[in-house]
Design a protein around this ligand. Structure first.
Ligand SMILES: Nc1ncnc2c1ncn2[C@@H]1O[C@H](COP(=O)(O)OP(=O)(O)O)[C@@H](O)[C@H]1O
Ligand SMILES: CC(=O)N[C@@H](CCC(=O)OP(=O)(O)O)C(=O)O
Length: 264
């Protein structure tokens, strides 16, 4: 077995050091079991905290940050520094890893304005995935390292753009040819009335968006799941990074935790 798997974790999921260490151990475990992980991380809460520390307003619309040029600089600085810290955690856990940005893997394009309460909002320096290039991921994997990627991208003119880490995860999953994608977050899965939904189809996801059960930060997540599934992944999972060893329990033991999403 040599299954490429895209693992993405958000800033909230692993803010606790013990959660982060356990996740790194799980990544080693699944690598030894024959998975080939590719990792994308976020850092939304850390970016917001740093913006507020500098007296800037941290605003999100439909789970996406309104990013002016100053916010873009803060996002890049914070994500780069988090990336170095995360690389060290994985090295201590015994994984061979290489930190990098998503530039060179994803070419982004400026995201068109989004609708919020019936009004069009321009998000500024925010991008969507326009195209992907597998070469740099392949070469990191061939050298025996696990890529650990932060979600700053650039467009075809080299202009940097802030892309939501879930969106980057789906683009990197496509570039890597991943057969599965796991989004690790801080809730037990997709919830309805506080109850975990064990599995969903894309049609179910549409209904939950329509009925406003899925909102905020969960919106870019489910859209990333849709993109990954339509670009070749068989299954995507949403797991809680705060449940110890949820990754290994789900992937190795086949335990029923989190939410799995399939095309139908
Ligand atoms: N139906 C839902 N089920 C679970 N979480 C939801 C749902 N709708 C909105 N959310 C929100 O989405 C959040 C996860 O998104 P986000 O905070 O951006 O996570 P991350 O930092 O891991 O990317 C949850 O903490 C929750 O507040
Ligand atoms: C455009 C946009 O929303 N970019 C995100 C990038 C980081 C991210 O997505 O982090 P999480 O996975 O922790 O949410 C941001 O600025 O917060």
């Amino acid at each position: 077995m040599n299954r490429r798997i895209l693992l993405k974790f958000g800033g909230n999921a692993l803010s606790d050091k013990d959660d982060m260490n356990r996740f790194a151990q799980d990544v080693c475990t699944i690598s030894n079991a024959g998975f080939t992980p590719v990792i994308v991380h976020g850092g939304g809460p850390e970016i917001s905290a740093e913006m507020e520390r500098r007296g800037m307003k941290a605003l999100k619309v439909a789970g996406l940050r309104i990013t002016d040029i100053d916010a873009l600089h803060v996002a890049e600085e914070v994500l780069k520094s988090l990336n170095s810290e995360i690389v060290q955690v994985f090295q201590k856990a015994g994984c061979s890893v290489q930190g990098m940005s998503a530039e060179g893997i994803i070419t982004a394009s400026k995201k068109p304005p989004v609708l919020s309460d019936g009004k069009e909002v321009d998000l500024g320096y925010v991008g969507d995935v326009a195209s992907v290039n597998p070469q740099s991921i392949d070469s990191v994997l061939m050298s025996g390292n696990i890529p650990i990627i932060y979600p700053i991208c650039s467009d075809s003119n080299g202009l940097k753009l802030n892309v939501n880490a879930d969106t980057v995860a789906s683009g990197v999953a496509k570039a890597a040819g991943a057969s599965e994608m796991v989004l690790v977050t801080d809730v037990p899965g997709i919830l309805n009335d506080g109850k975990r939904i064990p599995s969903l189809t894309l049609a179910d996801v549409d209904n939950l968006i329509h009925s406003k059960v899925i909102t905020g930060g969960m919106l870019p997540k489910v859209e990333a799941c849709r993109a990954a599934l339509l670009n070749g992944a068989n299954t995507v999972y949403m797991l809680n990074g705060k449940e110890p060893h949820s990754l290994a329990r789900r992937l190795i033991n086949g335990e029923d935790c989190g939410t799995s999403i399939m095309v139908e």
